[in-house]
Design a binder for this molecule. Structure first.
Ligand SMILES: NC(=O)c1ccc[n+]([C@@H]2O[C@H](COP(=O)([O-])OP(=O)(O)OC[C@H]3O[C@@H](n4cnc5c(N)ncnc54)[C@H](OP(=O)(O)O)[C@@H]3O)[C@@H](O)[C@H]2O)c1
Length: 290
């Protein structure tokens, strides 16, 4: 649906073009947001180190050029809102964006993360219309991120015990983001986004095994075993610390409940993990021979 807000921005005052800046625009959710905006011809700019102009969270001189002529921003921080300095960067970026004329900010946030909730506040206080997408663990982590290699290797060893997680599909997050960026009626909303079902990692890996035809199993390990396996695999210490924090703190049972964020934002149910596994298998992501 091309939307009142997008149309208004297109025909608005001189200098307020309808360009949407999508931070992390080549990543798991950002890429999908860019595709959905570009399909009906809405002006969109990828905000990442490979964008044109480039945008780098680590280099503030890149922020103002990326914001030129922008009316709304999808804010996906990298690597995670839990890393030191993230909240300050998001606050500074949001303030600069508003100074530059941005009228709408949509933040991708994480469930049950104290730091992420502080970043939400920074966006809410920046002075633009805001929508928060507070998301659970993405299904696509198994196909487009750090769990792809373990799936291909046949064993997913994580310190997640048998705590269930309501995995959410990046397609649903992107649909909600695009609705919030382009339609009226989402300003001031905090959407907590989960899938429709709680699944343990064992069950999730089982669904992937069935859908892909690969022999893959889940092995629960301790946080110490996890950290030392990552270090031995050459993963940088800051990434090891972040992943260990996420698995031990955020997956400690605090998020074991479903929410209605997708239904509230879109008027439909979220995508089930089985559908995700079937679609990813059909796209061939797990076809690689090892
Ligand atoms: N993964 C999850 O399950 C999950 C759940 C809830 C919330 N989140 C939140 O989602 C956000 C994104 O995480 P993700 O895992 O989905 O990552 P992602 O978006 O897949 O990350 C990759 C994107 O970040 C860009 N990028 C990398 N380094 C950058 C830098 N220094 N400056 C600017 N852009 C940079 C990459 O493009 P270039 O390489 O071109 O720069 C790419 O577009 C995080 O804030 C995280 O807290 C994630």
């Amino acid at each position: 649906m091309v939307t009142d807000y997008a149309r208004e921005m297109e025909t608005g005052a001189p200098g307020t073009e309808a360009t949407t800046l999508v931070l992390g625009g080549t990543g798991k959710t950002g890429r999908r947001v860019v595709e959905r905006l570009a399909a009906p011809g809405l002006p969109v700019r990828v905000g990442s180190r490979s964008g044109e102009p480039p945008f780098d969270w680590e280099d503030r001189t890149t922020w103002a050029p990326a914001l030129r002529g922008v009316g709304s921003v999808y804010v996906s921080y990298y690597p995670d809102l839990a890393v030191p300095g993230a909240v300050a960067s998001v606050r500074m970026f949001a303030e600069l964006a508003v100074e530059a004329g941005v009228r709408r900010l949509v933040l991708l946030s994480g469930r049950g993360e104290e730091e992420a909730q502080r970043a939400e506040l920074a966006v809410q206080e920046a002075g633009a219309e805001w929508t928060i997408l507070r998301s659970s663990f993405f299904s696509q982590n198994f196909s487009e991120n750090f769990l792809l290699e373990p799936i291909l290797g046949g064993e997913v060893a994580l310190p997640a015990g048998d705590v269930p997680e309501p995995f959410v599909d990046a397609d649903d997050i992107a649909d909600v983001a695009v609705a919030a960026l382009t339609e009226d009626g989402h300003a001031g909303e905090l959407y907590e986004l989960t899938g429709p079902r709680l699944l343990t990692f064992e069950k999730a890996v089982g669904e992937i095994s069935r859908a892909s035809g690969r022999d893959v199993h889940y092995v629960p390990i301790s946080a110490e075993e996890f950290a030392s396996a990552l270090a031995q695999g050459g993963v940088p210490p800051e990434t090891t610390d972040l992943l260990t924090y996420l698995f031990t703190e955020v997956l400690d049972g605090r998020n074991v409940h479903l929410t209605d964020g997708v239904r509230r934002a879109l008027g439909r149910e979220p995508k089930d993990f089985v559908e995700y596994a079937r679609d990813a298998a059909a796209a061939g992501v797990w076809d690689v021979e090892r």
